[in-house]
Write a protein that binds this ligand. Structure first.
Ligand SMILES: [Zn+2]
Length: 350
């Protein structure tokens, strides 16, 4: 297969992808969100094109962190049916972009706040709806619970975590810490992550996206992060790169997202390519493709176009992702076997 073919978005959509960093709240089905907004009489334009412009970041617009953040609204939902519909339909659309295995992260708070829904019932509902959609498509899926740095303090996080863990769902494979890195550094959440670790759960932490590599070190050394969300500032820290490589701590990188939020100035100079060539475990992720008005496969085309990724490189990045996913035991072995077959299938067809 020649590298030109890898620049074809349609071919890239059929490449079997493993994704570790995607927020459900940033991955909505535009059509279903429009339907929900209409039936709940939410104050947004009724004309579909204007609605689209209102709810998404302008695809080729200038980076703008506050504009990007403003797109994450949590006032869409009025009923459990709204939550079910948006989760179900959004996961159906994710599978259309060639997702083979997805570790989907979501914040029960996001879906609950407007109506003060029960957090446990909502988490259960999100997973049921998403599983139902994944099953229809054959996509493998598991979940991370996202906790937001600025929404709760450490004690509230532990309390919510304990409640959610009563769900005892095997599908929840780990915990994510997201939100404002600058004002809420990782050391504020030490006790929370000690509790997570004591339960034998794995953690991934957003760090080093808009902060120096010192925050990545803290997330790993003091909070026990097994993976790092973004971690772009690792490019400035060779010692950290060696540590990540030696300890197989994987970076979940997101080219489009980092550009649109302004956390990395130019997509072509994004660290993903250089870190990958240096042997650091890096993976390709979309973050919030609905907000970004993109697909994960668009980020794949960018890795080919900007960093010269070959088919072998893409396969290697996906094997890194599969290795770093939080599943374990026979489930993971089975996933490996299936993935290798999928790759052979893709090669045969192209
Ligand atoms: Zn993220």
């Amino acid at each position: 297969m020649n590298s030109q073919a890898l620049l074809d978005p349609q071919i890239m959509q059929t490449f079997p992808k493993i994704e570790l960093h995607r927020h459900l709240e940033g991955s909505f089905s535009l059509n279903t969100l429009y339907k929900i907004a209409t039936r709940n009489k939410i104050d947004v334009p009724r004309d579909f094109e204007s609605f689209k412009k209102t709810v998404q970041f302008p695809k080729n617009g200038k980076p703008d962190f506050l504009l990007f953040l403003s797109k994450f609204r949590n006032d869409w939902y009025r009923t459990y049916e709204d939550v079910y519909d948006i989760c179900h339909d959004s996961v159906l659309e994710m599978a259309e972009d060639g997702l083979f295995h997805l570790e989907l992260r979501f914040s029960p708070e996001h879906f609950s706040l407007q109506n003060n829904f029960d957090r446990i019932e909502i988490a259960d509902l999100v997973i049921k709806a998403s599983n139902a959609a994944a099953k229809k498509t054959g996509m493998s899926i598991s979940y991370l619970l996202t906790f937001n740095r600025s929404k709760q303090d450490e004690t509230e996080m532990i309390d919510l975590y304990r409640k959610l863990m009563k769900l005892n769902l095997n599908d929840i494979v780990g915990i994510d810490l997201a939100g404002d890195e600058l004002n809420f550094p990782p050391e504020l959440f030490k006790k929370f992550f000690q509790a997570v670790k004591a339960d034998g759960r794995k953690a991934t932490i957003h760090a080093g996206e808009v902060t120096p590599s010192s925050q990545i070190w803290t997330a790993i050394k003091e909070l026990g992060a097994k993976r790092i969300g973004h971690g772009t500032s690792a490019i400035h820290d060779p010692e950290l790169q060696k540590y990540l490589t030696d300890n197989q701590i994987t970076l979940e990188q997101c080219i489009t997202s980092n550009y649109q939020t302004g956390s990395w100035e130019e997509e072509k100079s994004h660290p993903l390519g250089r870190l990958f060539r240096a042997g650091v475990p890096v993976t390709i992720n979309s973050d919030d493709p609905f907000i970004q008005d993109t697909l994960l496969s668009d980020d794949y085309v960018k890795t080919v176009s900007f960093f010269g990724f070959t088919l072998d490189d893409l396969i290697k990045a996906n094997k890194i992702a599969l290795d770093a996913c939080f599943l374990s035991g026979p489930k993971k072995t089975e996933l490996w076997n299936q993935y290798l077959l999928k790759i052979e299938n893709f090669k045969d067809k192209n």
